[in-house]
Design a protein around this ligand. Sequence first.
Ligand code: SF4
Length: 231
Amino acid sequence: MYPYQIFDKTKRKLVKTVTFACKEMFIQAMNYQLVLDKTLEEIKSENKKPTLLLHVCCAPCSTYVLEYLSDYFTIALYYYNPNIFPKEEYDKRLWTLVKFVRELKSKIRPIIEEANYDPSEFYRNIKGLENEKEGGSRCKKCYALRLEEAARKAAEKSLDYFTTTLSISPLKNAQLINDLGAVYENKYGVRYLYADFKKKGGYKRSIELSKQYGLYRQDYCGCEFSMKNKR
Ligand code: SF4
């Protein structure tokens, strides 16, 4: 091999490495609130009100998201959370959501659809990851399970978009949630609404609204493992 060929190969490798590093930085620095701002601007400029399936993990997390998105979308709420343990807690979170929507100070009340509660779907998905820390690979599977079902339901109902309230929690990784959204957007052919609802003071506002509406706020994420590990 000639020296210039070595140089050329090294240069190409370097360019490749730098490009990869830039892409990584771009991915890490992605601000999904800015992506959402842009989407909402476009929707406003088109003077349309698309339909959105909003996967809801609990009423408190839905408060701010509903307040924020109701002007832009006709929203259907989807309560699909087979991860929640025990059943009494699942019911309590669902009824808190129903109560909140009934009392919502809004002209248009979103409809709520509840999926069947089948915890075996959750346990099958996270098998072998029971002892993982919160935020780790068990949670990734848990987000994926719920997001995929949200995408499937949105496609079944021919809705324009789907998204989830999950990113409002400071404990949840918005990058991961949005990456999964992109996967199921492609798989089911329904647009995913990229977002990071904790930005723009979303989490703080959800606490204010929960107090205002007197909503029950749970002290663990949802599954039996998070319940055992709660402080
Ligand atoms: S801690 Fe929360 S996100 Fe993680 S697996 Fe349990 S319920 Fe799902």
